[in-house]
Write a protein that binds this ligand. Structure first.
Ligand code: CU
Length: 129
């Protein structure tokens, strides 16, 4: 009887651990995006936003390197949120220094309710090791 209890406990613990492991799934994209050297921004990064899209499917920076990120809204009013980081509202035309130390692929979405296409305004930020 006690053995079963221990087993049940072990199984419960395992599933909690597994659940936790996949919980930071926000920044994990399968399959990983392969980025070429010349796609990695150095110094500055511009994200161009319009109604209702960003100009690229993904952007890339290097882990631990500070980049001045500018959101340039050419049509409508937009900003960006980079999931799982402190950068949850980088607004239009306000250059912001960003540094992300953890390599991975981070989801980006528009941070300003901007109308009917708002929910589809997404992109990704690849942080290269
Ligand atoms: Cu929006």
């Amino acid at each position: 009887m006690r053995k079963w209890l221990l087993l049940a406990l072990a199984v419960a613990m395992m599933s909690i651990l597994i659940a936790c492991g996949s919980n930071n799934g926000n920044s994990k994209v399968e399959p990983p995006i392969e980025v070429s050297e010349d796609e990695i921004a150095s110094g500055t990064l511009e994200i161009v936003a319009s109604n209702w899209e960003f100009d690229k499917e993904y952007y890339a920076i290097r882990a631990g390197e500070t980049v001045e990120l500018t959101v340039n809204s050419i049509d409508g009013v937009h900003g960006i949120e980079i999931f799982d980081t402190e950068y949850n509202n980088i607004v239009n035309n306000k250059p912001t220094q960003i540094t992300i130390t953890e390599p991975g692929t981070y989801n980006i979405r528009c941070s300003i309710p901007c109308g009917q296409g708002h929910r589809t305004m997404v992109s990704k930020l690849v942080v290269v090791a």
